[in-house]
Ligand binder design. Structure first.
Ligand SMILES: [Zn+2]
Length: 259
């Protein structure tokens, strides 16, 4: 069985090899009971260090590699089949709800280009009024987890504005000022950037930094049988909880390849 996972950001890391060796998820862990925001942190802190054979600092992984490894580890330990509850089809326009078995290998990935350097620059000329360049990086998983729980980005109802937090944690330099904290960046954006320019910034960042596994995978539409209907891929905790049928489908695959 394939147990190597070549990282998307190979070449970008100092202390992480280009390829990691996938091992076993502990037989009994709290993976089954951990949900929501705690889930990624649990994977990062408790599952990856024992399930990946290389001894590295997992916090340093790019977010796109964290997702990439999680899928590889899931397929390695439980097979590629996953039962999902909603399928959207563009061909017939139907949204189907129920239980559908999908194949996690059918989630596409946008790879980083050759000789990729992790730094994007948005020039001031792109903005309507804002007079400064913005430089940003693809974030590490640790940065994103920090961003999503940062109280400075909480609104009155207690919810963190994740999108805004994420942007401020990705930016490294704004108007030539290096070494600003995410809070300082937040304050500068709020004070000096118009709403239209912020939308511009948000859109450009989404375009520029759009790498890694896609949010959805492809599957067969239960209504019209088109093969390009989509399901949500990695956003559910249940992604790591294969059903009995998912495991049986994997078993069947393994028997047919070893026969
Ligand atoms: Zn359809």
């Amino acid at each position: 069985m394939e147990n190597k996972c070549q990282l998307l950001g190979k070449g970008l890391y100092k202390d992480i090899p280009e390829e990691l060796t996938l091992g076993r998820i502990p037989t009994i862990s709290d993976l089954d009971y951990t949900t929501g925001d705690a889930f990624d942190k649990f994977l990062l802190d408790k599952i990856l260090p024992v399930s990946i054979e290389d001894k590295i600092n997992f916090n340093d992984l790019l977010e796109i590699d964290f997702q990439w490894i999680c899928r590889a580890l899931r397929i390695h330990n439980y097979g590629p089949y996953h039962t999902t509850t909603t399928i959207w089809c563009e061909d017939c326009g139907e949204t189907s709800s129920g239980e559908y078995q999908v194949d996690l290998r059918r989630i596409d990935c946008k790879y980083l280009p050759d000789k990729f350097v992790n730094e994007f620059s948005i020039k001031r000329a792109e903005f309507l009024d804002f007079k400064g360049d913005v430089v940003l990086k693809l974030p590490t998983i640790q940065k994103i987890l920090n961003a999503y729980k940062d109280k400075q980005f909480q609104s009155n109802d207690g919810r963190v504005n994740r999108e805004f937090a994420r942007i401020c944690y990705m930016i490294t330099t704004i108007k030539g000022k290096v070494g600003m904290t995410p809070i300082e960046i937040k304050l500068m954006i709020e004070k000096e950037m118009s709403s239209a320019d912020f939308m511009m910034l948000r859109g450009i960042i989404t375009d520029l930094a759009d790498y890694g596994l896609r949010a959805g995978g492809e599957t067969k539409c239960p209504v019209c049988s088109s093969d390009t209907a989509v399901y949500m891929g990695l956003s559910e905790d249940r992604f790591f909880r294969p059903t009995l049928e998912d495991l049986r489908a994997w078993k069947k695959d393994r028997q047919s390849t070893s026969a």
